[in-house]
Design a protein around this ligand. Structure first.
Ligand code: SOE
Length: 366
């Protein structure tokens, strides 16, 4: 059976997922047969061009009719567009992948998770960094007890694309549309990795900061207010008593897409950097220092689908792994993680950090 996929959104994430689907037949021969069936958007001319470039059969400017014509729906729109089309698709029994964060506010995320539970079909929240082979390898080390009792998780996601005050306004600067800034855009990834590698976040103390409070509108002679954070930091307690620190910024000059994770346990530690995404620094019990493991051996996660040892992978491969696993779950009907409940769990932490910042005190995660 061919899975007809409908995709809402055709810019950055549209290209990442269309590329991933195109790679499946060549590198994952046991993946479901997938047709990039309909591309959904508003601008008919831009949509037609995108459909041609991204390999879609048809286009539609009406998501409600599109979801009646597909076997899987990918919602890659801005955060405030995640809830309504995804819930409508789920009510029709159509599995949904939503880009992260799950929504622009907690209530919408909870409605999406409830709709997913009611529908009983696979859902995905697109936390693609779970699919970095080195982070899968890290999870296996932790789950096998190689690090002992986990005491610390430290996650940091630094970018600098808004350090220029003249960088134009976008939906990512709007609380109404995005829900938050660096916190939800970048922090959602790091908080999900904390859940993936160590455990749930139980309470937080957070700080959100906006450095530039209005930005020029591209092509217009006007500015719009920035109503979200440009950066955040938080300290947290994870289940089983581990301590966590989280940080993200869009103003970290010199850092382009610098996502780092460190975990310290009673028997060992590990360090990961997205800028060296094929490597994991590992400190094992009784060793004098960290060793650099190049996670590209044939028996390392996903590597056997690609190239011989040392022929490194890139950022886009995480989407291939993610779409392979999700679309395989859609075909088999098996449960998939990270799903909408995982997305809602991250949204509860985002909400708690915003409440803590507003109340200037520690806050339990709902
Ligand atoms: C923000 O610049 C961004 O594109 C995020 O939205 C993505 O989730 C992240 O993977 C890369 O940076």
């Amino acid at each position: 059976m061919t899975l007809r996929v409908g995709v809402l959104g055709y810019r950055f994430m549209g290209k990442a997922h269309a590329n991933a689907m195109a790679r499946l037949p060549m590198f994952f021969p046991d993946a479901p047969d997938v047709e990039r069936h309909v591309l959904v958007g508003r601008d008919e001319e831009a949509l037609a061009d995108a459909a041609d470039r991204l390999g879609f059969e048809t286009t539609s400017t009406d998501w409600e009719s599109a979801i009646d014509d597909v076997d899987v729906f990918y919602n890659l729109g801005p955060n405030h567009v995640h809830a309504e089309p995804s819930i409508a698709a789920l009510e029709r029994g159509v599995p949904v992948l939503s880009e992260k964060p799950l929504a622009n506010d907690l209530a919408s995320a909870e409605r999406m998770a409830d709709a997913a539970a009611d529908a009983g079909v696979p859902t995905a929240t697109a936390f693609n960094y779970r699919y970095v082979p080195a982070l899968r390898y890290a999870k296996n080390l932790i789950d096998d007890g190689e690090l002992g009792e986990i005491r610390h998780f430290r996650g940091r996601y630094l970018q600098d694309w808004l350090a220029d005050p003249d960088a134009p306004w976008s939906w990512r600067n709007s609380e109404e549309m995005a829900g938050s800034g660096a916190l939800g855009d970048l922090g959602a990834h790091t908080i999900d990795l904390a859940r993936f590698l160590v455990g749930n976040v139980e309470r937080v103390s957070g700080h959100c900061q906006t450095f530039v409070d209005e930005r020029p509108v591209e092509g217009e002679d006007e500015t719009r207010p920035v109503t979200v954070d440009d950066a955040y930091s938080a300290q947290a307690e994870l289940e089983d008593g581990a301590m966590a620190t989280f940080e993200a910024s869009r103003f970290a000059t010199g850092h382009k897409n610098d996502h780092t994770v460190e975990v310290h346990g009673s028997k060992g530690s590990l360090k990961f950097s997205l800028e060296r995404m094929n490597e994991l620094e590992v400190l094992r019990e009784d060793s004098r220092g960290y060793e650099t493991v190049l996670v590209t051996d044939a028996d390392d996660p996903y590597v056997d689908h690609w190239w011989p040892p040392g022929h490194v992978l890139g950022w886009e491969h995480t989407f291939v792994h993610e779409d392979y696993e999700f679309l395989s779950a859609v075909e088999s009907g098996e449960e998939y993680h990270p799903n909408f409940e995982d997305g809602a769990a991250v949204q509860r932490v985002l909400d708690a950090i915003q409440r803590s910042d507003a109340e200037a005190e520690w806050v339990d995660v709902a």
